[in-house]
Ligand binder design. Structure first.
Ligand code: MG
Length: 128
């Protein structure tokens, strides 16, 4: 299984990587939405999970998801937004754009894994 982590914070990418690698994911990283689209194309969209930040330079997470979902040639990849955005209206916009789940920063490994299980991309829980 392959996961794409998109966040402009290197520290956050490292935190996310350390949580999902034990679940059996290989990880590729991107620094912003455009970088994420490029990485997906490079991997022929053979990615099983996308974790995407909202606030990033160049292309933000919402624009990334909108662009991704608008491209009908791309299979539907499970997408979780990991964000400090908590405004219900903003969250509704992201859900309408095609985000499957939200994780609020700061978060615990347990919360992230629970969300992944909810959308069916993580079966076991190596922490339990
Ligand atoms: Mg950010």
């Amino acid at each position: 299984m392959l996961a794409l982590i998109i966040d402009d914070s290197r520290a956050m990418r490292r935190i996310l990587r350390r949580i999902i690698e034990p679940l059996g994911f290989s990880v590729i990283e991107a620094e912003h939405g455009q970088d994420g689209l490029n990485q997906l194309a490079q991997h022929s969209h053979n990615v099983d999970l996308i974790l995407v930040d909202w606030n990033m330079p160049v292309m933000d997470g919402l624009t990334f998801v909108q662009t991704l979902r608008a491209n009908k040639g791309v299979p539907r990849i499970a997408t979780v937004m990991v964000t400090t955005e908590t405004e219900p209206a903003q969250m509704a916009r992201a859900l309408m754009a095609g985000v499957d789940e939200f994780v609020m920063k700061p978060f615990t490994a347990e919360v992230l894994i629970e969300k992944l299980q909810l959308i069916g991309v993580a079966i076991g829980n190596p922490i339990c």
